[in-house]
Design a protein. Sequence first.
Length: 211
Amino acid sequence: MAELSLSPRALYEEVAELLRQRIFNRELTPGCWIDELKLAEEYGISRTPLREALKVLATEGLVTMKVRRGAYVTEVSDSDLADVYHLLALLESDAAGVVAAKATPEQLQELQTLHNELEKAVDKRDRFFEINEAFHTRLLEIANNRWRDQMVADLRKVMKLNRHNSLLKNGRIEESLAEHGALMAALKARDAAAAAQRMREHFNNGLQAAA
């Protein structure tokens, strides 16, 4: 294995990011035991920064610590997934309402540009995922509430643990694109209530596809 080059930032933070990406890439799958000794040897570090990194991931919900059994990649139950989607719908619908009411014309154009890119990426699944996430991230940035942003970021990490991403369902990408189009129409109409409703519907439909 190629030698890893760790950045000057806190070692445990760097290790946490390495493990986070391995979890998202399914190298460490939901329910699997995390072999601390093996990982510490692989990264060329002591177990102390590794354990600190696992604590970070446990706080994010990506790892579950079990007494006398160690750390495991979190398994997301149907109930967990429903709870995550419910909270995301509340938080992001609120953000959509704020954006409809307060965004500048330039900011709305940024979202429209991302939506246009989504339309071009319908047949490119990975690219669609990337732009979709960028759209939601930019909408939250425009709404400008860092506490909401942090909660959404943590919830989305847990959502990524789901083996059956909603956008993988046949026809879901096209449905999602149409929902984004309806959201954009409400945003451009400056209709805060409609924008919030369109975002709630978007997450409700996403949950049904992911279940």
